[in-house]
Each structure stands twice: as structure tokens, then as C-alpha cells.
Write a protein that binds this ligand. Sequence first.
Ligand code: TA6
Length: 300
Amino acid sequence: MLTVQEFNQEFANSEIHFYTDSHGLACVELNNPMGKASLALHGAHIMSFIPKGQEALLWMSEKSYFEAGKPIRGGIPICWSWFGGHPCDSDLPSHGFARISVWEPIAGGNCADGATFLELALTPGLIANEFKTNDFLVKLRVEVSEKLSVALIIDNCSDKDLSYSAALHSYFNISDIENITISGLDGKPFIDTLSDTNHIQQGDISFVAETDLIYLDTEDTCIIHDPGFKRKIKVSKVGSRSTVVWNPWDAKAQRMPDFGDNEFHEMVCVETTNAESDARTLAPNECHSLQVIIESETEG
Ligand code: TA6
């Protein structure tokens, strides 16, 4: 893997700057007149996205780890090749190995619409032996403008089926969890994972306690309505028929060492997933893209 200096020479683009952050992680900033995003090569983890002239759209815990082998708490963790606990081995890390592996930048530049893009790759040679699986090529394509587009592209390079579940596990920066509502899932079936019960969503989602809901049969755009920040955040998607909505609330937040006890007030996860019945199986040489597009507008 090249050094940040060598990546800067190789990419040689004024809107793409590689650097080493204060934690010693190799990172890259995509910065143009419409917006700015920062990303660690560790987990290909988008840590921040700030459209020009706006509040940060993504949330990051003050207590997050920024070290090898541990996921970053906030931004957009990449969950692959399983979402949640491993289906067969509880000793394996939650949400797969992609977010705790170092990805390799492979392409970057400028789009016709003025966005700045970067592509990173994860291959079997970049993951720990304990996670070895079929031959695969996973790419993340990030495009930054006044919107943030993130696509997780899975390519089954093996001669066998490749089955997986996945998520772009986005953490959003909000004024207060008790002030916001989420629209776009009315009438959709969901699993309440806390009680392992099935329901149909009635109207918009509001929050009064720990919330961990997996919505199914939905390709819909979710909108986070945040009167405190006088904005709405639109979360659109392609290649996904499931969406997860999560807030840990107080007790679970206190149990997480990388999550401040009161930080649950300032975040909500709306996750773009291929989870549960929306898990995927790719035939040899088949490819699938899971994409989220995030943008905000003034509201109220
Ligand atoms: O957001 C869905 C979820 O699976 C929750 O159940 C919660 O565990 C969250 O992900 C965070 O998981 P992590 O392994 O990052 O602590």
C-alpha cells in the first residue's frame, strides 16, 4: 500500500488530498466548491460530509475508536459480508470485516457534474486470514458535491455463489432525537429486533426509547425532519429493499465504550441495507451495487 505522500503524487488532483490524521490513520479529503468529505482508508470509512454553507450531515462519536481492528463509531461504516452478528460464528466481529480492514484507493477524479469521486477496493489480499471467503472484489465509489453518493459494489470473482448481507450504516447529525421524525416508511412491514416481533409502520417514525427496526419491501427515500436544525435530510437509495432505523437510547449508549452516555440525543441511524430477506446471493461473475444518496434542504 502506498504512503499518503505517494497517493497524493499518484492522484495529483487538487480536490483529493491524502493525509495522516491525529490518530495516525491514513485518510483522504474530497473537497470542492459544493461540499467536503473526509474518509479513512481504515474501513473505507466516511467520517464526515459537509455541504457548502451547511451543518455537518454525518455524526461522529466523541468516544470513537480510531485504531486497527476496531470500527469507527459514526459517519458511514461499511457492513459486509454480513450485517449484524455473524450467522454461524458469534466470535466473528459484528457487521463483518470490511469496516475493520484497510481499503486501497484505486481511482479518483472529477465528474461531469462537478462532483469529486474516489474509488477504493477491498480484495482477499487486504483482509485478515480469519475472514477468508470466496474470491471477490468489493469497491466503494464516493462522489461528493452538494450531495454525497456512496455505492458499495460487490463483484463475485469466484466460480461459486457468493452470499452476503450488507449495509451502509449511516449515522446522521441531528438537533435532538426527541425532536425529529422520519417519513417515507409508512405502511411498510418491519421487524422490531428488540422484541423480535413483526409490525406495519403507521405514519412517520418518532423516538421515545431504544429503537432498532428493520424495514422490508422498501426502495423508498427516507426523510429525517429536524426542526431544531431547520432542515430535512433526504436518504435515497438504489439496489436496496431494506432500511434499518436505530437509536440506542440511554441504557445501550452507557454500555458502549465508544459511545458517549448522552450522545444518543444527537444522532440517528438510517441504514441502507441488503439485510434479512433482502440479503443477496451473486452467481459467479455477477455484480451488485448498494447505493445511498444523502442530501439536505432547509425546512421550517
Ligand atoms: O443499527 C443496527 C445495529 O445492528 C444495532 O443493532 C446496533 O448493534 C448497531 O447496529 C451498531 O452495531 P455496532 O456493532 O457498530 O455496535
